[in-house]
Write a protein that binds this ligand. Structure first.
Ligand code: ADP
Ligand code: MG
Length: 697
């Protein structure tokens, strides 16, 4: 949430519940709740997600074929029409003072539920010829409901469009914000010191808020956004830079020495050579571990680039120094998988990792804990159960955290902020562009694995359309019949979620009926974790040949025999997400196939995706396509509060925010001085769990 500031008295304060504001009341407050607007302050910070520049709106009759336009009109007719190819198209006819225009949304029959006759819509998109002029809107906004008058959009006005919800149109929300705007702005305090603000040429907080809610021009709105984006980036950088400073200061780290007893043995036992990338990463890690400071390093590498082996070398370096090492994974299944891998790789060294999982029996767990506490066990693998208080290590020297993005930024900060703690190596299979690495990993040193080891099976990616589904399925069947395994990925669990989208449950049923000779499994996010793990285990064991799934299979699962992945509705996934999914295949020696079942023509994005396997390149494409907010969506990022900043466009702001944060923290490490107090409070309001970092002492 945005910065809190608890000032103001009288009728309205920033923390006043919205239901007490004029024009709201209980019923609307319930609706606002859905938009996470609970207090007056939340209403003030409910920012427009786009603007309509009314000077750029085209009258319906003037929407010409071949142009890309924005129009406003009232819905006078609508309906769903099936095509011969089985695609369902939603139609709506709009009317304004100048005339009418037909709009079509192929494959979006579900819109029939939200668009009704009498509403006023803003639509924007290309106009083409199809029995007359027709627009296929890329976007639309419901400007007014049937029973309300749309506001006049005359005189080149710039209209903010707010995220809305059923029963609370954008227009109502706009009215509410507008009504309270001046009061709420008056209660807000700008914590950025005036001289700093001026030197950065940013507007004051008050001006910025006014500009985003009530812009006189698109440019003004953009300047306002940049000011608010700067604040976001500054808060994040303050936290990250402080975390780094705390980490560097606590020299409680171990200075390991390179002994080579175990690491050399492992090197000899491996059936292959480490890649250049792996060797470089290992040198960087070794340098950190032999230095007296604690290590806080992120090992970033696409799936299959061989992070696990690198981590294992680091663990052995700790072990040959008479310390223990622990590897933590986000799920039990992944922990088991790692334990199996380590067991295999360590067999020639007569070392065995201990596995600690929540689902083990109490007796088993006790035995493992005893061996860890007593020091008989040198290597441990587990879920975050490993970090619980009941677990103690005799002498823990290194913690490796796999898929670290599944743990939040503040969790990371908290871990780093802990007193006498071991070296930390984080692994992530979500590569991010350089411009972002600094934003999100500003508190860490980063090593990168860019290239995959040679000799791994490659993945061929193809785009196919609905008409070719039978052939694709026949390919899947014949591969499965000859001993391979396949994933079939869908965007939703149940058909009811989106009427026009294929769903996992239905697909699993239909494939099971179609292929009685094959075993078809189903996993999705609504299964309990243990049920999900069970299905995944059966797939890994080869009892299931086909696994129908939602994106829950994204992370970590390693089934080398799975060589086929069919992804339905690929246009509904971000490119980075598609790439994560695709990373589940191509893990064995065999060639693998990823088939994207596209509804329409493939489009540049899917073609670009099919053409490369470089995760960093895809991350750049994804960033361009969706902007940072989505790329590092809250789900993935675990708590970065960055919504207004847009990278790479705002790279200059990021650089300035980072510099300012460094200067502030260099001069006043815990931001205790009175002139920095407010800045600290605001950063902590955004990242409450970072509070430990800013304790004095
Ligand atoms: P990641 O965790 O980065 O996705 P893994 O560590 O699981 O990747 O490695 C992927 C596969 O490549 C594993 O089967 C591993 O044994 C193998 N591998 C790792 N390093 C090399 C290498 N240098 N040469 C050949 N194969 C390797
Ligand atoms: Mg891995």
């Amino acid at each position: 949430m945005p910065p809190r500031t608890q000032r103001g008295s009288g009728a309205v304060r920033l923390d006043t519940p919205v239901k007490f504001l004029k024009g709201i009341g209980e019923r609307r407050a319930e609706l606002l709740d859905r938009l996470r607007i609970h207090t007056a302050q939340d209403l003030l910070w409910h920012l427009p997600h786009r603007y309509i520049d009314a000077s750029a709106v085209t009258p319906l009759v003037k929407a010409e074929i071949g142009q890309e336009v924005a129009c406003i009109g009232r819905v006078v007719a609508k309906g769903v029409v099936p095509t011969r190819r089985g695609l369902r198209i939603f139609h709506a006819v709009l009317r304004d003072d100048s005339g009418v225009l037909e709009c079509v949304w192929p494959g979006q029959a579900f819109l029939d539920r939200s668009i009704v006759v009498g509403q006023t819509l803003l639509v924007s998109g290309p106009v083409r010829f199809y029995h007359g002029r027709q627009m296929a809107p890329r976007e639309f906004v419901i400007l007014a409901d049937p029973d309300s008058e749309p506001e006049p959009l005359a005189g080149g006005k710039v209209l903010p469009v707010y995220p809305a919800t059923e029963g609370l149109s954008h227009k109502i929300i706009r009215g509410l914000v507008d009504r309270h705007l001046d009061t709420l702005i008056g209660l807000s305090e700008d914590v950025l010191p005036e001289p700093v603000r001026r030197s950065l040429e940013l507007p004051s907080l008050q001006d910025a808020l006014r500009a985003v809610h009530r812009p006189a021009s698109a440019l003004e709105a953009e300047l306002g956004r940049r000011r608010l984006a700067f604040d976001e980036l500054l808060d994040l950088q303050l936290m990250l830079i402080r975390a780094r400073a705390v980490a560097k200061r606590s020299r409680s780290g171990v200075a390991f020495t390179v002994r080579r007893d175990l690491t050399s043995k492992l090197r000899q036992a491996l059936p292959w050579q480490l890649t250049d990338d792996q060797q470089r990463a290992l040198r960087e890690i070794t340098a950190d571990m032999t230095a007296p400071e604690r290590m806080h390093r992120l090992l970033m590498g696409d799936v299959g680039t061989g992070k696990t082996v690198v981590a294992l070398f680091a663990m052995l370096l700790a072990v040959e120094n008479d310390f223990q090492a622990a590897l933590m994974a986000p799920t039990e299944l992944l922990a088991e998988q790692h334990a199996a891998t380590l067991e295999r790789l360590l067999a020639p060294l007569s070392l065995r990792p201990e596995l600690l999982l929540g689902r083990q029996s109490t007796g088993e767990k006790q035995a493992v804990r005893a061996r860890l506490a007593g020091g008989q066990a040198r290597l441990a693998v587990g879920t975050h159960a490993l970090m619980q208080e009941s677990v103690s290590f005799q002498r823990l020297g290194l913690v490796v955290i796999d898929e670290q993005q599944r743990f939040g930024v503040e969790q990371r900060a908290a871990l780093i902020g802990k007193g006498a703690a071991p070296d930390v190596l984080l692994l992530t299979a979500t590569p991010i562009p350089r411009s972002l690495a600094l934003t999100f990993y500003g508190d860490l040193d980063v090593s990168t694995l860019r290239h995959r080891p040679p000799g791994r099976g490659s993945v061929r990616t193809a785009v196919r359309t609905g008409g070719q589904r039978d052939r694709v399925l026949e390919f899947v069947r014949s591969e499965a019949a000859s001993g391979r395994q396949a994933y079939v990925v869908l965007p939703v669990i149940e058909e009811s979620e989106r009427a026009d989208v294929r769903a996992a449950t239905t697909m699993a049923q239909s494939l099971a009926a179609r292929w009685p000779e094959l075993q078809v499994g189903l996993v999705h996010g609504r299964l309990r974790a243990d049920e999900r793990d069970e299905v995944m285990r059966r797939f890994r064991a080869g009892d299931l040949q086909v696994l129908v799934a939602t994106t829950v299979i994204e992370v970590g699962i390693d089934v080398p025999n799975a060589t086929i992945m069919v992804i339905e509705h690929p246009e509904r996934f971000g490119l980075a997400q598609l790439h994560q999914l695709r990373g589940r295949i191509g893990r064995g020696e065999e060639e693998s196939f990823c088939i994207l079942m596209s509804e329409g023509p493939a489009g540049d994005r899917l073609r670009a995706f099919a053409a490369t396997q470089d995760g960093f390149k895809i991350a750049e494409l994804d960033l361009e396509e969706r902007g940072m907010g989505d790329l590092i969506g809250a789900r993935q990022s675990g708590g970065f509060d960055v919504r207004l900043a847009r990278l790479p466009d705002d790279a200059d702001l990021l650089g300035r925010a980072r510099q300012l944060a460094m200067d502030l923290i260099a001069a006043d490490p815990a931001l205790q001085r009175s002139e920095n107090q407010r800045l600290r409070e605001r950063a902590l309001a955004r990242y409450p769990r970072a509070v430990e970092l800013f304790r004095v002492g």
